[in-house]
Design a protein around this ligand. Structure first.
Ligand code: TYD
Ligand code: MG
Length: 459
């Protein structure tokens, strides 16, 4: 007999607790635990029978005896999307596409469905949010023809699977997992138990039939709605669609991928005719460059791709209280470290200054390789002297103020040369021989040499 009890789920990470707590013991998020009923099947005395059931269902094999499976891929022919997937969709896999409402998830998947149809792969688009007429209206705006995409407005997971089993699509799109519910499972659609159960059933269907299931999951800025995060371990691939408030571009980012690299990004622009891949993201991010003080260009790696982005720093006299340090797209701790190094090793005081750092275009600088660009921007702003407009900065700053070597220098420099930069400031350990045509590579040993070279130091 199934017994009913309630447990508490963290809406951030999906951790299950038996009692309510203010802070999730696993992901440390505050006020994210919600109470939900759960079903447990009583297994008293059932151990023997379950063992018997199991023995017939599965068998043990040696890994060497398993025929080597070459990974087939179905290309959506939206290059940026295929790139993020690692080359295309892998049959039998389940993918989660997360993102804030309105970012363009449904548009992207409808475009993908249309292109899959054009490549003779059958698709079924399930929507619990939109009617057929609304989807038709959306389809009419797109450059691709979605006329052969099968559409079903349904929210019951069993009904969805029934239709899918009958229709046998190669790719099943469920938009969104928050609207789907499973009969016999407690709770409203969108709560953790429902989402997990529905996703689990869809996953089994994908694996058994060798099809692809694409799930859409909404996340809010606060991560408050139960959903995608609790699903991450259940699916094969997780991609997030993110935007920025200032530009109309969107970043597609893989955060988990059983069949490809993570941290690859694809860049799109939302236009009146659907999403358009951006072929030259660096150019997009550098389009509105500021020529004033406090701006520096960093060469970062996003997955396997080099990308040039502008870092802006603003140092202004603190008017009252403790000086502020605020960052967008850059780690605050790392900023504190760079300020301390600049103060101690180069002798530039920031103690009386408010310091703001902003990375343009919604990009996040995670690599230490962008240290030098941030440091250069900080010095430039504090002295109110602009940096050379055609310079790019690359290097990790150590606690001693030394410039340290970073990975994949060559690819970053090639990208800088491609974007018509003339000079690259890099750690001395980078051999100048690696310079691509048109780019002067200045290898410098430490931060004070860089500052001495770029700014006239007061006597
Ligand atoms: P949508 O795909 O519905 O977002 P999500 O599924 O993530 O909630 O995209 C919604 C936004 O995109 C909406 O504001 C309208 C806009 N849009 C365009 O600008 N151009 C288009 O061609 C389409 C289809 C939508
Ligand atoms: Mg949508």
């Amino acid at each position: 007999m199934p017994t009913l009890r309630t447990v508490f789920f963290c809406t951030e990470c999906g951790n299950e607790s038996l009692r309510w707590q203010g802070q999730c013991p696993v992901c440390q998020a505050w006020n994210t635990l919600v109470e939900e009923p759960t079903q447990r099947t009583g297994r008293r005395g059932g151990a023997a029978s379950s063992a018997r059931e199991r023995s017939t269902a599965t068998s043990v094999v040696r890994i060497g005896d398993v025929p080597g499976a070459e990974v087939r891929r179905w290309r959506t022919n939206i290059d940026e999307l295929d790139f993020v997937f690692g080359g295309g969709l892998v049959p039998g896999s389940i993918v989660l596409l997360g993102g804030e409402p309105g970012i363009g998830k449904s548009t992207l998947l409808l475009q993908a469905a249309a292109r899959l149809e054009a490549a003779n792969l059958r698709t079924l688009y399930i929507s619990g949010e939109q009617s057929a007429a609304q989807v038709r209206m959306r389809a009419d705006r797109l450059p691709e023809s979605a006329s052969t995409v099968a559409f079903l407005p349904e929210t019951d997971v069993d009904a969805i699977l029934e239709h899918a089993t009958e229709l046998r699509p190669d790719v099943l799109i469920v938009d969104s997992i928050q609207t789907v519910h499973a009969a016999g499972v407690e709770g409203a659609p969108g709560n953790v138990t429902q989402i997990r159960e529905c996703a689990a059933r869809l996953q089994r269907w994908a694996k058994d039939g060798g099809c692809v299931v694409l799930l859409v999951g909404h996340v809010t800025k606060e991560g408050a709605v139960a959903g995608p995060r609790t699903l991450e371990h259940l699916v094969d691939t997780v991609i997030y669609f993110e935007g920025s408030d200032t530009l109309d571009h969107r970043l597609l980012r893989a955060t988990k991928n059983r069949f490809g690299g993570v941290d690859e990004i694809g860049v799109f622009r939302m236009t009146s005719g659907g999403l358009v891949p951006v072929e030259n993201p660096s150019e997009l991010f550098l389009r509105q460059r500021s020529a004033g003080s406090g701006a520096a260009v960093a060469a970062v790696m996003e997955g396997s791709r080099p990308l040039l982005v502008e870092v802006q720093a603003l140092c202004a006299r603190a008017s009252y209280g403790a000086p502020q340090r605020a960052t967008t797209g850059f780690d605050r701790q790392r900023l504190a470290l760079l300020l301390a190094v600049l103060e101690k090793r180069v002798g530039i005081p920031f103690g009386q200054l408010d310091v703001f750092v902003n990375v343009v275009g919604g990009v996040r600088l995670k690599e230490p390789a962008s240290d030098l660009a941030v440091a250069a921007a900080l010095v430039s702003s504090s002295r109110d002297q602009p940096l050379p407009f055609d310079a790019v900065f690359l290097g990790e700053v150590g606690l001693g103020g030394e410039l340290r070597l970073v990975g994949q220098v060559e690819r970053r420099l090639i990208e800088a040369a491609r974007q018509a930069f003339r000079i690259a400031y890099v750690p001395a350990a980078v051999a100048a021989a690696r310079a691509p045509a048109g780019l002067e590579v200045r290898g410098l040993s430490d931060l004070s040499t860089v500052v001495g070279e770029l700014f006239q130091l007061p006597a």
